[in-house]
Design a binder for this molecule. Sequence first.
Ligand SMILES: [Zn+2]
Length: 137
Amino acid sequence: MPPPRKKQPASARRTVRKKNEWSEADEKSYQDFLNNSGIKELAMRLRVLEAQGEALGMAPGHRDLLKCPKCGLFENALFNGQLITTRSIDSEEDTGLRFDKLTDGTYLCPGCGARVVEPEYIPPPDLFGPVKRRKRS
Ligand SMILES: [Zn+2]
């Protein structure tokens, strides 16, 4: 038999925070985690690896794939992560052409010279969605 639950002292009840409130203690804990966990160094190493992967022809991990609205040339990523450009969704044949970055978010189509704006990132839908409770009958 479990021991009886003790009632929380009044002093503890007064310190109960509102849900989702970010306290100074939370911030201190978060900063402590950032500074001592090694996660900043890990993120920097991941950026270097991502840049090396792109230099080797891998699909970019920091932006969506591009498609030219004028001529239809688009980037695609093969199963192994290799970046290609093609004109047909059914083809894995690489044209060998690559979009040139002009400014942040704007690229030059190598097929026709049109300016291509990077598509807005749309996060994937939440697979599980909000928890729905069923009414018991
Ligand atoms: Zn084009």
